[in-house]
Write a protein that binds this ligand. Sequence first.
Ligand code: AMP
Length: 196
Amino acid sequence: MGKPASGKGTQAKRASDKFGLCHISTGDLLRATAGDLRVEVDSYITKGNLVPDELIIRILKERLKGDDCEGGFILDGFPRNISQAEKLKEIVKIDKVIDIEISDEEVVKRILGRRSCGKCGSVFNTHTFRPQVEGVCDSCGSELVSRADDNEDSIKERLAIYHRETESVLDMYTFVKIDGEQSIESVFGEVLRALD
Ligand code: AMP
């Protein structure tokens, strides 16, 4: 759990590589949709709104059926409101909840600096995690781009939704809180301790 750009995706990817767990980012699942569904999904995402619960739950349930999820998984970006959390309880048992905390000011700074690789999905940041060559992905050499929803209007909306709907989800869990404004390595060290 965490605000947009708190480092959830980065840490979830590292932990999934280390433990061989499947990394399920609901944002990535939505960005991977195609055709009419993609048009519908984009109408929410680009404005910074949440897609309807029913849609994301359907997509998540389908993803959880994957063979690679049998040994366990890390959820990144779900649940984002109380009704999603209630639904999740009916689907699976969650063993551990980690909340990565950063300030709203840091969210804005990071989101405006975020650059992703359109080809392999690696994520960089002009403030905190620069690629070796500006605008070029370290992993595959493709061009780095900003996400369509990483603009100032959408950031305000995403933060408002976080405070209005997502923050209270934490009350439903016993969770480990981690300061997300440390280096990526230090945050990962705490993630590992939390998972131990
Ligand atoms: P993320 O990649 O986690 O920042 O998510 C990007 C966007 O995808 C969000 O701003 C929402 O529009 C949408 N999204 C991701 N996860 C969810 C979710 N659990 N429920 C509804 N919308 C979601």
